[in-house]
Design a protein around this ligand. Sequence first.
Ligand code: ADP
Length: 273
Amino acid sequence: MPDAPSQPLIEIIDLTKVYTMGTVEVHALRGVSLTIQPGEYVAIVGASGSGKSTLMNMIGLLDQPTGGIYRVRGTESQKLGKKALADLRNREIGFVFQRFNLLARATAMRQVELPLFYAGISAGKSKQMAKDALTKVGLGERTHHRPEELSGGQQQRVAIARAIVNQPSLLLADEPTGALDTHTGEEILTLFENLHSQGLTLVVVTHDPDVAGRAHRVITMRDGLIVEDAAQIPSQAAASPPIPVSVASASQPLAPTAARPQIVLETLDGAAA
Ligand code: ADP
């Protein structure tokens, strides 16, 4: 008997979001359907105003849609109350932002411990978990440094350790290298690759083709819709020999790879093709 398909991590069906500003309605999402399986590495790209941040806020359970269905591991988010929604978000999703969003006066250790405190984990256990997460991002020796004593790249590593310390299912990153120089940005992308190879699901919102090039799947948005959803062979770090194919269009044949994620291609009206 064939294996049963795994439960999607993220399932979005015909999602809409309308912002109302006085008498003006802005249709930021106009019927987006999307499935993300556990273990995928997805980039969301598109011009400014195309709806990327709105979609990211929906995926991150930071905002409620106007219409449609959003499920995380089969749980429909619109049916949850505030507390259950916050619990689901804290358990399943870690966030990384362009500007790191660290507390100015807290040590790296304290920054990473904080989500564990909110999750009710004991001080002793959370110290060890925070130390492990900082070691995982290469900052095991910098646990008592404050942001001002760390480089931009190191600050982003602290933010990544904070995002993964709860062992979430999904890491959601918004322009994670946007405030970093190219070399440091590369290091962060290599760290993402390591985390992905350890099983973490990654969704990265970016306008930077180099960042999107490292993902295994690229979703392109325009005017509140997904206009392309394509698998790609991820490009390598700058130091490695380049792979000629960086972005495969949906209509191009895909190179065979056992690890390729399942692709769900969406048509413009939101139905799975
Ligand atoms: P992107 O991240 O691709 O730049 P956004 O999701 O930020 O796109 O925006 C999509 C559309 O929704 C844009 O027209 C933007 O002006 C509008 N928009 C985004 N957030 C709000 C908001 N809080 N209130 C009103 N309009 C918004």
